[in-house]
Design a protein around this ligand. Structure first.
Ligand SMILES: NC(=O)c1ccc[n+]([C@@H]2O[C@H](COP(=O)([O-])OP(=O)(O)OC[C@H]3O[C@@H](n4cnc5c(N)ncnc54)[C@H](O)[C@@H]3O)[C@@H](O)[C@H]2O)c1
Length: 338
């Protein structure tokens, strides 16, 4: 099979490509990535000598590049996106371009080239927020109610994707997953930021009181879930993917990391909350019952593996860490001006 994977130099995309090649060594993968600040070209250097893998630097919004690549493809897996909620508040237009127009460009081209299967990666954030008290959970039938610009553009892309199935019969599946963590995640994101702050003797900023709820999905479990949906999922269906049975408060995650790393809770610093800060909890009953997938990693074992990886791969994250902290500094200055 010939795959076009977009955004494959990012966190989940690079883990997915490595996973797919390990399971389907004869398949050919083309990785189309714009190489934004979020990409790391070192993520897949281990595949440099693999003749079934090729990397193309390009933008999913560029119709001619997309058309050219799509002409020889069986399966599209679309990871490419602007993904950082805080950046979506800072620069929403960029998110409209990549997350909405980019997805539309891919869908249009996939239809033109009669692609056999288009798999679109989305987020549980499209569903908005759960009630903190009742601790309800999202499922595939929860109405979309996005609150951040990031979630709104992802929701828009999901609507476009499903409309291409309903209107034009484009064979398509969608997965809406919860927060991922694991190796190769940019240190601007919550868990790697906590770990890398501790590794560089910095305090850990937590929005509000750290009460916000999240589900956490280890990236390898996510990659297996995507593979399962591609191989056994029903066309036109959406599958929610999560990693835990109970949602976890941000403060609890931080305390777990502090404990594993043998650090003091005095390092926690509470900071002004993000606007419209959501709570998420996702049910993964459908993918478990229909496709027999379930997460293999517990939160404790996943965190231990992740911490170990960041400890051993400091050269990988040092530069991105400086950029991430500069971004957060800019955000703080902006908040102080308001
Ligand atoms: N990380 C999570 O916790 C999470 C949770 C739910 C859903 N998702 C979704 O999973 C997907 C991947 O997320 P991630 O965390 O790996 O993201 P990431 O930010 O680590 O990587 C995104 C990749 O997309 C590339 N990219 C951005 N704009 C592009 C464009 N216009 N053309 C081509 N490539 C472009 C970047 O260069 C980067 O390599 C996204 O669609 C995201 O919305 C992520």
């Amino acid at each position: 099979m010939r795959l076009l994977v977009t955004g494959g130099l990012g966190f989940i995309g690079s883990n997915f490509i490595r996973h797919w090649i390990s399971q389907h060594s004869k398949d050919q993968i083309t990785n189309l990535d714009k190489v934004t600040y979020a990409a790391n070209p070192d993520n897949l250097t281990d595949l440099d000598s693999n003749s079934n893998y090729r990397f193309i630097k390009g933008d999913i919004c560029d119709q001619s590049v997309v058309d050219q690549l799509m002409s020889n493809i069986d399966l599209v897996v679309n990871f490419a996106a602007e993904t950082h909620v805080d950046r979506s508040i800072d620069d929403p237009l960029l998110f409209v371009k990549t997350n909405v127009l980019g997805t539309y460009t891919l869908l249009k081209s996939a239809l033109k080239h009669k692609i056999k299967h288009f798999h679109h990666i989305s987020t549980d954030e499209v569903y908005g927020t759960i009630d903190h008290e009742t601790k309800d959970e999202f499922s595939e039938t929860t109405p979309f109610d996005p609150t951040s610009p990031y979630a709104a553009y992802k929701a828009s892309a999901d609507h476009f994707a499903l409309s291409f199935f309903k209107t034009y019969d484009l064979p398509l599946t969608i997965t809406n997953c919860s927060n991922n963590y694991g190796p190769y995640q940019n240190p601007e994101k919550f868990i790697p930021r906590v770990i890398t702050n501790l590794l560089t003797n910095k305090k850990i900023p937590i929005y509000g009181k750290g009460e916000n709820l999240r589900d956490w999905l280890y990236v390898d479990d996510h990659c297996r879930a995507i593979e399962t949906v591609i191989e056994h999922g029903k066309v036109g269906e959406t599958y929610c993917i999560g990693g835990l049975k109970e949602a976890c408060r941000n403060i609890d995650i931080v305390k777990k990391i502090l404990k594993i790393m043998g650090k003091s809770e005095n390092l926690i610093k509470y900071v002004t909350d993000r606007p419209a800060h959501d709570n998420y909890r996702v049910s993964w009953k459908k993918i478990k019952e229909d496709l027999a997938w379930e997460p293999q990693e517990s939160l404790d074992s996943g965190l231990e593996k992740t911490i170990d990886w960041y400890q051993k791969n400091q050269d990988w994250w040092k530069k991105a860490k400086i950029e991430a902290e500069n971004f957060y500094q800019k955000l703080d200055n902006y908040k102080n001006l308001k």
